[in-house]
Design a protein around this ligand. Sequence first.
Ligand code: GDP
Length: 467
Amino acid sequence: GRLADGIARSVSGLTDAVTAPFSDKVIRLGVTGLSRAGKTVFITSLVANLMDRDRMTGLRAASTGAIRTAYLQPQPDDTIPRFAYEDHLAAMTGAQPYWPEGTRAVSELRLSLRMQPSGLLGTIQGARTVHLDIVDYPGEWLLDLSLIDRDFAAWSEDALKRIEDRPEAEDFRRALAETDLTARLEEPAAQRLAAQYTAYLHAARAAGYSDCTPGRFLLPGDLAGSPVLTFAPLPPMPNAPRNSLAREFQRRYDSYKRNVVRPFFRDHFARIDRQVVLVDILGAIHAGPPAVEDLRRAMTDILTAFRPGRNAFLSQIFAGRRVERILFAATKADHLHHSQHQQLTDIAAALLRDAKDRADFAGAKTKALAIAALRATTEDRIDHQGTPLDVVRGTLASGKRAALHPGELPEDPSHLLDPARQGAGKWLDAGYEVMTFSPAALSLKPGEGPPHIRLDTAAEFLIGDLL
Ligand code: GDP
């Protein structure tokens, strides 16, 4: 009605009388990836570059001028924390730039795009507004999907088998051996086990392992310390008495699924239209073959969430809807000279295909890409003992300038995905370790390219068709 029209107009601050707020298009764009994959940097840079579109030639609606303005607005969901865009942007673009704090929980930001195509089409259609609701959430939470169909015994068996020979789990294994699991539950004993298991998950992530459930143990948000996060995998205890630690852990696991995992998928995940999954492939390659194998499995698990047909719970919450496009993006490509970017894209494509081969994505369009949301380096070619060497230059965390060549990537990406061959190659030598470039303000000379790598291509794939 007219009243609602008026309210919507005053909220958006528009004065245009022909505005039709109820026909405004809304795109919910999900941004995920494991911790440190680059979600925060990606969202901050995407929003900044959509507001100031000079460097977005690969996004058609930007290069044609169809996007007239882009501005932030109050988000539609009042109870989801707002993505701290201004803080993150200030960190990355201040006089002394630094990387912002990464994603810890779900957050949201609404960017509204005022559209007016030029020419006849624009005259006929008039101006319209497209709202881009960006939803940022940890990829770790998606891994929890694998818990939905698994009971405590099955999950425990998997988890315990995985950590059998991992040194990171030594303390947890010892704590488990020292605890009487059939004894009456004492909260301190439960907390000790949960703390040891959580410490293991953190150590495993630091060592490059990706397959770490339950996801909230790593990123608890406001659930930290609650009973629903105070359990751990246990060996089979079929005859554990009531009120024992073993029985209580089983109950808490079920509660975790019911009260944490399901609501997240239902309230956030099932409403997404477009999705970008960010992956730190270079980091995993550098960490070594077991980390790559683990990343491969974690990505398959994460991408499972986008195949609702395979899963009764997902089919039910999606109720016929689906995520229409999924971009699988290898981040931090600015660590490589562009002569190596195609190889990185090929590896991302191989990872995506590997997951896809197990079942398709119910008609969703998919694409793999190597990107850098914020370029921290410039390219150069130096003379290395008589042969030319392609390098990237940047400022290290210590403040020192450095030119680095990170080493070779595998020629054939299938070698990375084949457990039998993962040890065969030696990729990304030790030099890569010191490549923690600061987000230096680049003094970009003509020819040095934009302050991002293929962020515009990413945006075109994700939302270009709807603009
Ligand atoms: P999140 O945990 O997924 O939110 O990850 P962040 O966005 O916080 O990124 C984690 C870290 O990766 C940052 O602190 C940077 O060190 C690095 N990083 C992320 N994006 C880029 C990029 O485009 N270029 C470079 N060189 N480093 C990046």
